[in-house]
Design a protein around this ligand. Structure first.
Ligand code: 13P
Ligand code: SF4
Length: 395
């Protein structure tokens, strides 16, 4: 897992330009073919007509994508726009997508909760999930009559991989009468055995709702140990969790925060709740990916550090040109497996369509819909910072 936290290294701190890895171009970190060569192999070339037809897209991302990279992106973007019309397709892009995907070709953008809500509403016949497998499965469960494409089959998630349906079955037997809240970062089979889903936007609200519904003071929140610990600081409930971790967020530490505070006094430090509890506690603000974006938009701080996946800074920087982003870079190799080339191939060949067994989909959908049915105004957008850790039983 590539990780760059040396904020003082020459060239690390950029306010407008991005590194090739952040922009997702040049030699892609997890695909060894450059986008330019991928385009040539597919007969996609940068012509004056394509330059003119895509100029408005480049204007929106020029702050984070150097001009030298645009000729490789533009032919893909132009071709994907035509394919979307042909296939009656929408692209749902998670906040961790690179700016070429996030800003130029996506129709719907956001965090896991927003993408699930919009997946349930879209009238399009085809959904291209620019995100990871659990997101595509969520979209499919909500749209069994539609085609849901995941451009790269290997786009997984360390949290989803940490727990199986068999594990959940054993947990249910061991804790009868205790509701199981499944983080949306789980596979369809795990969701189908769970009582309700949650995301980082509504985890506290869902746990409290489940405890009330089941008439208990204990909730099993799976599979992210750190999310569970961060939820536990905000509720009186007893939380039982699992030993899953996000491979991107688990690597942030309080010494990273100390280093940032020393090098950049005054910079606001924002953390995702998949980070360890002591990291969230030492940050200035914590919330889902969209909560982090809204915080920057509302506060318009001078300098910001996001303790989350790299591409978030690029995407938020586009919307907030006056904010100076310091960029410790942790890439999610699963998210970065989705590229313009893989999206193009997915639409050309209608690959890789998600299929789910009817019964799994029906029960998983019930868990997702319970979450979507909760009142949105009751959800807290943020996590508590500056709190001591609360006890969580990790099984
Ligand atoms: P959000 O729901 O906050 O977008 O998080 C999804 C995710 O995978 C973070 O690592
Ligand atoms: Fe999974 Fe972490 Fe990647 Fe999100 S960032 S998809 S939680 S591995």
């Amino acid at each position: 897992m590539p990780r760059i936290i040396d904020l003082t290294a020459p060239g690390r701190r950029t306010t407008t330009g991005s590194t090739p890895a952040q922009a997702g171009v040049g030699l892609h970190p997890f695909n060894d073919e450059s986008l330019a060569s991928a385009g040539r192999r597919r007969g996609l070339t940068f012509t004056p007509e394509i330059a003119a037809a895509t100029a408005h897209h480049y204007d929106r991302i020029r702050a984070v994508v150097p001009p030298v990279e645009w000729p490789a992106m533009a032919p893909f973007i132009h071709a994907i726009e035509a394919l979307k019309r042909e296939r009656d397709a929408v692209v749902l892009a998670h906040n961790y997508m690179t700016p070429d995907i996030f800003t130029c070709i996506s129709d719907i953008r956001g965090d896991s909760l927003q993408l699930a809500r919009e997946a349930a509403r879209t009238p399009a016949r085809t959904i291209v999930q620019a995100g990871v497998r659990f997101m595509a499965e969520t979209s499919k469960m909500l749209n069994m009559d539609k085609t849901v494409l995941l451009p790269e089959l290997h786009a997984g998630c360390s949290l989803a991989a940490s727990i199986s349906a068999r594990d959940v079955g054993l947990i249910k037997d061991a804790y009868p009468g205790i509701p199981i809240v499944a983080y949306v970062n789980t596979c369809a089979e795990v969701k189908s055995l769970s009582d309700v889903c949650c995301t980082s936007s509504n985890a506290v609200q869902v746990c409290e709702w489940a405890a009330k519904e089941w008439g208990t003071d204990t909730v099993i929140l799976l599979p992210d140990e750190f999310l569970a610990r961060n939820v536990a600081t905000m509720t009186k409930l007893n939380i039982i969790s699992w030993h899953g971790r996000c491979e991107v967020h688990e690597t942030f530490s309080t010494s990273d925060i100390a280093e940032i505070r020393k090098s950049y006094p005054g910079a606001l430090i924002l953390a995702h709740p998949e980070c360890p509890q002591e990291v969230v506690s030492a940050a200035d603000y914590a919330g889902s990916t969209s909560a982090l974006a809204s915080f920057v938009e509302e506060r318009n701080p001078k300098q910001v550090v996001l303790l989350t996946e790299c591409s978030m800074s690029d995407n938020i920087a586009i919307a907030n040109p006056t904010v100076d982003f310091i960029r410790p870079c942790n890439l999610c190799r699963h998210m970065k497996a989705i590229t313009l080339a893989s999206i193009y191939d997915a639409l050309v060949d209608m690959r890789h369509a998600i299929t789910l067994c009817e019964d799994v989909a029906r029960r998983g959908r019930a868990a997702i819909e319970r979450m979507l049915d909760l009142p949105q105004h009751g959800a807290r957008r943020d996590f508590a910072v500056g709190q001591p850790g609360a006890s969580v039983r990790v099984i």
